[in-house]
Design a protein around this ligand. Structure first.
Ligand code: UDX
Length: 307
């Protein structure tokens, strides 16, 4: 929008919210369509960012069949749309295509270690087949595709009930609740601030590089360390940190090798973890003061969830 493009946002509001884009309502270049891409979509576009799919593990596991449909049927519909209108399409893939990786850090050349029948498979295998579809349409139908493998990302406008580690830990720290580390906390993650990721997606879309690209921040921490980082960033926080049962198939180590992005897109993250977390903590503090958005039951639209 800020570059002057006309933007059509398509969302089924399963995990997205109108509120996240309401500052654009009424702008002449902005249009919003309430639609689920599991069904065909007929619009005109020059570029398509296919970002649909729940991304938080508790959300994508809640209705695994729907997650698979979104990443398979939804991706076929978006690739079909790209073919019909001659648009370039960027597919949002994930670090989860590497599964619980046996190679560290993860380069794009690594084929991954995914349990095809585990609780994460709906997402991991869904995204893997989305990549396969992208390159099949590129080869057979000459669709112009870009594939971003997005690593853990966070920032303002995440929902307080998102369920991923950043929002959980911040919400717990702000309310002096126990910070819940799953497992022994020795598993690692590398967190990328949302604006860095958006810069990466725009740069990839504009580039001539057509193979998958890791987009993420290579600064790696254990989840145990991460809990302490957040606790220390919230002034006066009295939370304690607990460890508990491990999550089934939880990847144990994750850090992006971003050499491909650096060489081909001249992209690397700019926002430090401290700065990004501080902005995110400020956002959640503000959210906590809005009691109307704390009602969990309005979050996941049960009608969408039945499809
Ligand atoms: O309250 C919590 C939440 C999560 N965790 C742990 O924190 C780590 C990160 O968990 P998250 O749920 O934030 O995210 P995950 O890394 O498991 O998955 C994410 O990975 C990358 C994205 O592409 C995906 O959209 C998302 O699935 C995991 O080890 C998890 O077990 C906690 O210890 N406590």
């Amino acid at each position: 929008m800020m570059q002057g493009h006309e933007v059509i946002v398509v969302d089924n509001f399963f995990t997205g919210r109108k509120r996240n884009v309401e500052h654009w309502f009424g702008h002449r270049n902005f249009e919003m369509i309430h639609h689920d891409i599991v069904n065909p979509l007929y619009v005109e576009a020059d570029e398509i960012y296919h970002l649909a799919s729940p991304a938080s593990p508790p959300h994508y596991m809640q209705n695994p069949v729907k997650t698979i449909k979104t990443n398979t049927l939804g991706t076929i519909n978006m690739l079909g749309l790209a073919r019909r209108v001659g648009a370039r399409i960027l597919i949002a893939s994930t670090s989860e295509v590497y599964g619980d990786p046996m190679v560290h850090p993860q380069p794009e050349s690594y084929w991954g270690h995914v349990n095809p029948i585990g609780p994460r498979a709906c997402y991991d295998e869904g995204k893997r087949v989305a990549e396969t579809l992208a390159y099949s349409y590129a080869k057979q139908e000459k669709v112009d595709v870009r594939v971003a493998r997005i690593f853990n990302t966070y920032g303002p406008r995440m929902h307080v009930s998102d369920g991923r580690v950043v929002s959980n830990f911040i919400m717990q720290a702000l309310q002096n609740l126990t910070i819940t580390v799953y497992g022994n906390g020795k598993q690692t993650r590398s967190f990328c601030y949302v604006s860095d990721l958006v810069d990466g997606l725009l740069t990839l879309m504009a580039s001539s590089y057509t193979l998958p690209v890791n987009l993420g921040n290579p600064v790696e921490h254990t989840i145990e360390e991460f809990a302490m980082i957040i606790k220390n960033l919230v002034p006066g926080c009295r939370s304690t940190v607990s460890t508990g049962a491990a999550v089934e198939d939880d990847p144990q180590r994750r850090r992006p090798d971003i050499a491909v992005a650096e060489a081909n897109l001249h992209w690397k993250p700019k926002i430090s973890l401290q700065v990004g977390l501080q902005r995110t903590i400020d956002y959640f503090r503000e959210e906590l003061s809005r009691t109307t958005f704390l009602n969990n039951q309005t979050y996941m639209d049960t009608k969408v969830n039945r499809h």
